[in-house]
Design a protein around this ligand. Structure first.
Ligand SMILES: C[S@@+](CC[C@H](N)C(=O)[O-])C[C@H]1O[C@@H](n2cnc3c(N)ncnc32)[C@H](O)[C@@H]1O
Length: 304
């Protein structure tokens, strides 16, 4: 394959992707051109995350490489998530491993991660204790860890497969000190040492109502775990349980941070504001003006 062949193959595959690729709004970085660059690199045996693709120059492919590239394009057009093909996903400036074992981390969830980092930086604690539940691939826990290397961070998920991927990611990033446990929400942290001791609990819970999960795009509902999305009949089952079970673990003045679904923010914020176990609530909007992250402070001891 010469330079001209490379250029014409790239141009024709790009045209195909531009015409046929279904783009999801929660994966804004996966343009047809970036997708093609990722798939081409993969055909050259170089798994790249989206952030690395812009500077990748497609090289000449032999017959096997070309067949592999065509097969990858077909898989992507049939709905396989790009991150499942490359095995890589960007999150909070790090490149993580991705697989069908857990939700592919979304760009929108970086708002939760960076809000947590800012809040932790404002606390007096030199080595804050942080628990990330519904941790999935471990992206929020490991994202916080990269910005606050001194923090003690643990994560947990109900899915053993997700916990397996989170542990792989900790190893991949050289952060074996970030511990991942398996279990229902905060149950894996029932030891005495966590009671009234946690500086922050973070959570990106499943928050789609059960009825809506099956109607999600095939790229999501046929390739990612249902457990990652299904938030019960009204979408807030896990959020409600978290709000009820977090206070005993939070130290007085500690923080609960959650991502919420579109349209849920005002109701969840009202519930938290009415709960005497929390005394300060902050909401954070996305670019479209929707509440997507909520912070709630555990009432300090004197007022509780
Ligand atoms: C929306 S995904 C979030 C994954 C990851 N934190 C992220 O931001 O990409 C929700 C996660 O919650 C987990 N999950 C669902 N129900 C749970 C429960 N009762 N206890 C713990 N984890 C749960 C799912 O397995 C899934 O990994």
């Amino acid at each position: 394959m010469g330079t001209n062949d490379t250029a014409s193959t790239f141009a024709s595959l790009l045209q195909r992707l531009q015409g046929e690729l279904q783009l999801l709004p929660d994966k804004p970085d996966e343009s047809p051109e970036i997708t093609l660059r990722c798939l081409w690199a993969l055909a050259e045996d170089r798994p790249l995350a989206v952030s690395q693709a812009a500077t990748f120059t497609p090289g000449a492919l032999d017959d096997t490489g070309r067949a592999r590239l065509r097969a990858l394009v077909e898989q992507r057009l049939a709905g396989t998530p790009l991150a499942h093909l490359t095995g890589r996903q960007d999150f909070m400036g790090q490149i993580l491993l991705a697989s069908p074992a857990a939700l592919v981390p979304r760009r929108e969830t970086e708002q939760l991660g960076f809000t947590a980092v800012r809040r932790l930086q404002s606390l007096a604690s030199a080595r804050p204790l942080v628990i990330d539940v519904c941790t999935g691939a471990g992206n929020v826990a490991l994202g916080i860890a990269s910005h606050l290397p001194q923090a003690r961070i643990l994560g947990a998920d109900l899915s053993p497969e997700a916990v397996g991927l989170a542990r792989q990611n900790a190893g991949f990033l050289g952060r074996g000190d970030v511990e991942f446990r398996c279990g229902d929400l905060l149950e894996p942290f029932s030891e005495q040492l966590f009671q009234s001791a946690v500086d922050m609990i973070t959570c990106n819970p499943p928050y789609i109502s059960s009825a809506r999960v099956d109607g999600m795009p095939a790229e999501i509902c046929q390739h990612e775990p249902r457990l990652a999305f299904d938030g019960g009949p009204f979408g807030v089952k896990i959020i409600r349980k978290l709000v009820a079970t977090a206070p005993p673990l939070l130290r007085p003045g500690g923080w609960l941070l959650m991502e919420v679904g579109l349209g849920q923010g005002a109701g969840v914020a009202r519930t938290l504001a009415a709960d005497p176990q929390f005394d300060e609530i902050h909401t954070h909007n996305d670019a479209a003006g929707q509440i997507r992250v909520i912070e709630a402070r555990r009432t300090p001891a004197a007022q509780a």
